[in-house]
Design a protein around this ligand. Structure first.
Ligand SMILES: *Cc1c(COP(=O)(O)O)cnc(C)c1O
Length: 417
């Protein structure tokens, strides 16, 4: 037979699961159990030795399960499947995106270290960086990431904390304006300012592009973060998160998770497994719908500007170049400035019928919200205006509905403004 390697989407239904171990069930059952029976005491001893890092697993050994805070089949199989899209060696699933972000940062930063991050980041991440990490003696430098390398370096120099930077955290495309951060540029910066043997690690929040359209590990990042609540879960029925990377780094993240106890439960793992099967078709349909919705908005007289990756042109310079280098799709998130301000934006939001007025994103149903007073109301007003989160901005997460219906809905809601 010819060599053939299956695409990730072909493996999402079966990878890592053996029906013969579960009565032949075609679907992986929910392993709703806290603990696992050892066949003999020697097995329990061996499993613990490896789980607690006292020794490496030998090649002949087939390790068993111990306790659901350490390992559970619903998590392990989901983690193995999630790795396929990003080309990661291992993944750790958490009960929320914030669980993944906070655990990664706490594992890799020590008191006295400094975190360099792009601005803006997701509201919860921003709060964690500015209000929680300082309690542990970890401070941060937030840089405007949309400038040239020289200007970013200048900001770093001026902070006076350059020598203490031990981690770089980026979010791209940025929520809600779709502005892009050059991951490769930050790799160069991190390597050039490092004074220690251990590298300065880079973590990228890839929630907006899901694992389908952008692969940060191939662009210079060491770890990828997902709020799996969004595209990966995709049905607005769960909260979860993930951190992916090399086996060495994820071993550390999983070690931290074991003692924080913030791993996802078996039912969340099972729901994610269900969701991964349709991830690619959902995201493709959502991107196709977004393209049609964006085309409609682009030509509507009550719409001033549409923030959509598909609108980037070579004239946009660096943003266009980064887009070409990093993303394989225009995505399914867009935002637009309605003519007027908050009053007009609210009028639109209060009149959509099919689209739901709610925060969150990436789900099968389309959602609309007002970033300035909702998801980004915590962001400093000057910064908000500087980065385009104005009172006239409306964000839409495009779902899998019929695009004709979405456009009808947007048209009739705009007509009432
Ligand atoms: C939602 C979100 C998070 C936080 O994830 P939770 O699952 O809500 O904890 C982090 N980053 C981005 C970009 C998000 O959209």
């Amino acid at each position: 037979m010819n060599e053939h390697s299956f695409s990730p989407e072909s493996q999402m239904m079966s990878f890592g699961y053996k029906p013969e171990l579960s009565e032949g069930a075609i679907k992986c059952p929910i392993f709703q159990t806290s603990t696992f029976a050892f066949k003999k005491a020697e097995d329990g001893k061996a499993f613990f030795e490896v789980a607690y890092g006292k020794r490496e697993k030998t090649d002949e050994e087939e390790l068993g399960l111990i306790y659901s805070r350490l390992n559970n089949p619903n998590l392990q199989i989901t983690e193995d499947r999630l790795c396929l899209w990003d080309g990661a060696e291992d993944a750790a699933i958490f009960e929320s995106g914030m669980g993944a972000i906070s655990s990664m940062l706490m594992e890799f930063l020590n008191p006295g270290d400094v975190l360099l991050h792009s601005v803006p980041v997701y509201g919860g991440t921003d709060h964690f960086i500015n209000h929680v990490l300082p309690k542990w003696g970890i401070h941060s430098i937030g840089v405007n990431p949309y400038q040239d390398k020289e200007d970013v370096m200048k900001e770093i120099e001026e902070s006076g904390m350059k020598d203490k930077i031990r981690f770089v955290y980026l979010e791209t495309p940025a929520n809600p304006t779709n502005a892009l951060v050059d991951i490769g540029m930050f790799r160069e910066i991190a390597d050039s300012i490092n004074t220690q043997e251990e590298p300065i690690y880079i973590g990228v929040d890839n929630t907006y592009m899901g694992p389908i359209w952008q692969h940060p590990l191939k662009l210079g990042a060491d770890m990828v973060i997902y709020s799996a609540t969004k595209y990966i879960g995709g049905h607005s029925d769960l909260v979860a998160g993930a951190c992916l990377g090399s086996a060495d780094l994820i071993k550390r993240v999983k070690g931290f998770r074991t003692f924080m106890g913030n791993m996802a439960g078996p039912h969340t793992g099972w729901l994610l497994m269900r969701s991964l099967e349709t991830l690619k078709v959902r995201m493709e349909k959502q991107a196709q719908n977004a393209q049609e919705v964006a085309a409609f908005l682009n030509s509507h007289p009550k719409v001033e500007k549409v923030h959509y990756l598909g609108n980037l042109k070579p004239e946009d310079g660096r943003q266009y170049d980064i887009f070409k280098k990093q993303c394989t799709s225009n995505g399914a998130m867009l935002a637009f400035d309605i003519q007027g301000g908050e009053k007009e934006a609210f009028k639109f939001l209060n009149n959509v019928k099919l689209i739901k007025l709610a925060v969150s994103l990436g789900s099968t149903e389309s959602l609309a919200e007002h970033p300035a007073t909702m998801t980004h109301s915590d962001v400093d007003e000057d910064l908000r205006n500087k980065i385009g989160i104005t009172s006239s901005l409306v964000r839409i997460s495009v779902g899998v509905e019929d695009a004709k219906d979405l456009i009808w809905d947007i048209e009739q809601a705009l007509a009432q403004v």
